[in-house]
Design a protein around this ligand. Structure first.
Ligand code: GLU
Length: 313
């Protein structure tokens, strides 16, 4: 299997449409602010549209009120999105249709293995255990399908990322047949993200480099659905001085609770990670002026081509 996004694809002439796609597992923190700012500025730089999509697909991991908090925080930071916010929880029929299509094509299979069985019989890949293929050729007697998995093929997938350059992954070795619908009945992020990016006509995905590993899975699904391949730019992710990703699980504080001096500090970190040096006096001004300056000064070639951007806490 050889799937790649060829360099010429990076300069095609589709009208730019980008998006920010937060999961409402907590309030917006500085790590997601960086992804929001990077995707927003890249869209405006290309005179494109910028959509916001709420990826509320995983109720057990979500926090009540987080989706609204995120949107209010984006507004408070002066972001202006195009069109209506889409909620993935309204799109379950579309994901089921997509899964049915793959079932018809014979590309997916029902898997009856429990989490423990998989953990006991798998080697570890880049994102958890590599499924050993137990149910690939049919369920053993007495077993019922708990989850749906897609069959992956041998061979490398190559991504030409706009910032990170060439990224290769041997999916069969590093990931294995991956889940599209989980045993608890929820659809997997990998399926929903591909269905929605295609449905919304997203041409450009700008997000944190922690999702680089997921991109070949998404390219593989795009190929199954014959969906156009988007361009990708994976931004450095914010890490603390110990190299740990700033996320809801670590120290990242919800930013809506903060005052002006913290806001200035956070904007400074975000802009620095995007390779920009705004005058501090500007960051104290109203946010319209900040974004006007940022839209004029952003250039994708100024972003440091690194996986991580370190902040002192
Ligand atoms: N919802 C995902 C997250 O918050 C991001 C999805 C994406 O940008 O593709 O990690």
């Amino acid at each position: 299997m050889a799937i790649s996004i060829y360099p010429e694809h990076l300069t095609d002439s589709r009208k730019y449409r980008g998006r920010f796609a937060p999961s409402p597992t907590g309030a917006l923190h500085i790590g997601s602010l960086l992804a929001a700012a990077g995707s927003y500025l890249d869209a405006r730089f290309h005179q494109g549209e910028w959509l916001v999509r709420m990826e509320d697909l995983d109720p057990p991991r979500e926090q009540p009120g987080a989706a609204d908090d995120i949107l209010r925080t984006l507004e408070a930071f002066g972001f202006e999105w195009d069109g209506k916010v889409i909620y993935q929880s309204d799109r379950l029929d579309a994901y089921q249709d997509a899964l049915n299509e793959l079932i018809r094509m014979g590309a997916v299979y029902g898997c009856g293995c429990t989490r423990k069985e998989i953990a006991d019989s798998s080697i570890r890949g880049i994102d958890g255990p590599v499924y050993p293929g137990t149910c690939r050729n049919g369920l053993a007697q007495g077993r019922v399908a708990r989850a749906w998995r897609i069959r992956v093929e041998e061979g490398e997938i190559t991504l030409y990322d706009r910032l990170q350059g060439i990224y290769r992954q041997d999916m069969a070795r590093d990931v294995g047949d991956f889940v599209l619908r989980r045993a608890d009945g929820f659809f997997a992020y990998q399926l929903a993200v591909v269905v929605d990016d295609a449905w919304q006509g997203v041409t450009d995905i700008v997000r944190g480099s922690d999702l680089l590993d997921s991109t070949p899975r998404q390219m593989y699904l795009q190929k199954q659905f014959l969906a156009p391949l988007p361009r990708y730019l994976h931004l450095p992710v914010l890490v603390n001085e110990n190299g740990e990703k700033l996320s809801k699980q670590t120290l990242a504080q919800p930013i809506f609770k903060q005052g002006q001096s913290e806001r200035v500090e956070q904007l400074l970190i975000v802009f620095t990670c995007l390779g920009m040096a705004p005058p501090i006096s500007l960051l104290k001004e109203d946010l319209k002026a900040v974004w006007m300056w940022a839209i004029q000064h952003y250039h994708p070639s100024h972003i440091p081509a690194k996986r991580m951007c370190s902040v002192q806490e």
